[in-house]
Design a protein around this ligand. Structure first.
Ligand code: GDP
Length: 471
């Protein structure tokens, strides 16, 4: 049928959505393209679960804060310092646990206020979670070292905060250093739309020194004030818990442990929960001080034991009424994940259909992994290949190079590449049987050469050989 539509495709090739819709029409079907999120929503609906539902009495919840900024500007030190403001000497529990987030308490206008901090500094975790649709951060603390000023990653972090619509509090750090110039930081950031309150703007800037732990209370105060001015955070406290996994790993003694941030409802020991493709019953919950707790309400991070598998950071978790429901949801998700992985493998192209793709006039990205018997030959090959004159619609990158046999690692790297085609070039080196099997399963192309010019010739042909003629 595809051929009659004028599409020369093979059975394992992935097709654009529009083509599938066209095919549907041709066969008198209506094809609807559904995103993975929509699909998951439908799955949950089968069990009567609606994540958007917000019934029940809403109560105020603490803000969740992420610390971002340029490398070495003091994010880690600041998170340490904030955590320490709250530990009273000789307090019970004692051992600090890194569970991916922690909560501190601040005395503000006579009331006790809580603030939750995500314990992974930087924007990688933040963006990874956002990419998965999990928006956990309410407020961003942007750390800028006063001796260094605004740097590229400062702006990058600021842009992430803006994209997420999160208000920013600027922590001007390292003000203990003689060369510190906190006013310059304020001035620099005006250019990026962050105008300090003292300059008539709306952003709170706080001078701190994370290492000697100076100004931390003022920073916490600024977070509370920003929260109260810009946000009105509420969540239902009753009902089955819902939230996001922020960190998870396999513990030798305790099995899979996952740190989760509760966003709605109350999570209790004994609850049946599902997080991504993992499910189970909450056997125990620990807080950031290593204390066992029985329940967790919105914005509270806890470490949970009792899952059957390790979820991924950013996976939504939810509690349901019984074990059967969570098991079925987890199983269906696993099945879908497997199907998607298989499809991705099948869709990966080899060097041959890379040519076809270009012939169709599409943009195409080719990534290469070069392995060879000596540093000199690998370097020569890389230089020659990256020096090729290539057309605009093609992008060629060498994602890895090295001396020695082709390993499983190389294959995994190629198969994880987001490019259309990742090809491994073996120059006077080979892949073992085990590695070849993996490459076959993952549909990764391995090409062997013994003369440099043959390798160059072939890659060049793949890139140029079948270029669509221009008229
Ligand atoms: P990150 O990369 O942003 O997490 O930065 P770190 O927290 O690891 O800090 C980088 C370096 O700056 C470390 O050597 C810290 O000891 C130092 N540092 C952090 N905060 C301060 C501060 O307030 N004053 C001074 N003098 N040094 C600091």
């Amino acid at each position: 049928e595809m051929f009659t539509l004028g599409e020369m495709v093979t059975a394992t090739q992935s097709c654009p959505d529009e083509l599938l819709e066209l095919l549907g029409e041709h066969l008198n079907y209506t094809v609807k393209v559904v995103s993975p999120e929509e699909e998951d929503k439908k799955l949950l609906a089968q069990f009567g679960i609606d994540l958007e539902e917000n019934e029940g009495e809403q109560e105020s919840r603490p803000p969740v804060v992420t610390v971002m900024g340029h490398v070495d500007h003091g994010k880690t030190k600041l998170l340490d310092a904030i955590r320490h403001t709250n530990i009273v000497d000789g307090e019970a529990g004692g051992i600090t646990q890194h569970i991916g987030a922690y909560q501190v308490h601040v005395e503000h206008a006579g009331t006790d206020r809580a603030v939750t901090f995500i314990d992974t500094p930087g924007h990688e975790a933040f963006t990874a979670m956002r990419a998965r649709g999990a928006n956990v951060t309410d407020i961003v603390v942007l750390v800028v070292a006063a001796n260094d000023g605004v740097m590229p990653q400062t702006i990058e972090a600021l842009n992430h905060a803006k994209a997420a619509g999160a208000p920013v509090v600027v922590a001007v750090n390292k003000t203990d250093l003689p060369e510190a110039n906190p006013d310059k930081v304020r001035q620099q950031l005006t250019e990026y739309g962050l105008v300090a309150e003292e300059y008539g703007g709306e952003t709170m800037f706080v001078n701190v020194a994370a290492k000697p732990r100076i100004g931390i209370d003022n920073l916490l105060e600024a977070i509370i004030l920003t929260n109260d001015a810009a946000l009105d955070l509420k969540a239902p406290v009753k009902g089955n818990a819902q939230g996001v996994a922020i960190e998870a790993h396999l513990d030798r003694g305790r099995g899979p442990v996952a740190s989760v941030l509760v966003q709605k409802g109350t999570l209790r020991v004994g609850d049946s929960i599902v997080a991504g493709g993992a499910h189970g019953r909450v056997r125990a919950m620990l807080d950031e001080s290593g204390n066992r707790i029985k329940e967790a309400t919105p914005s509270r991070p806890v470490q949970v034991q009792g899952l059957t598998a390790v979820p991924s950071a950013g996976d939504v978790f939810l509690a349901a009424d019984d074990d059967r429901t969570v098991r079925q949801i987890a199983e269906q998700r696993q099945a879908r994940r497997r199907a998607a992985q298989q499809a991705a493998r099948a869709g990966r192209t080899t060097l041959e259909n890379f040519m076809d793709k270009i012939a169709e006039g599409k943009r195409a990205n080719l990534s290469l992994i070069i392995k060879g018997d000596g540093a000199g030959s690998v370097e020569a090959l890389e230089e020659a290949l990256t020096g090729l004159e290539i057309p605009d619609e093609v992008q060629l990158r060498v994602i890895h190079r090295g001396v020695g046999a082709i390993t499983e690692n190389d294959v995994n790297l190629a198969s994880a590449s987001s490019d259309d085609t990742a090809t491994i070039i073996g120059f006077n080196v080979r892949a073992e049987g085990r590695v070849r099997d993996l490459a076959e399963r993952e549909n990764v192309d391995i090409r062997y050469y013994t003369v440099i010019y043959r390798a160059i010739e072939e890659i060049e042909a793949a890139i140029k050989g079948m270029l669509k003629p221009e008229y």
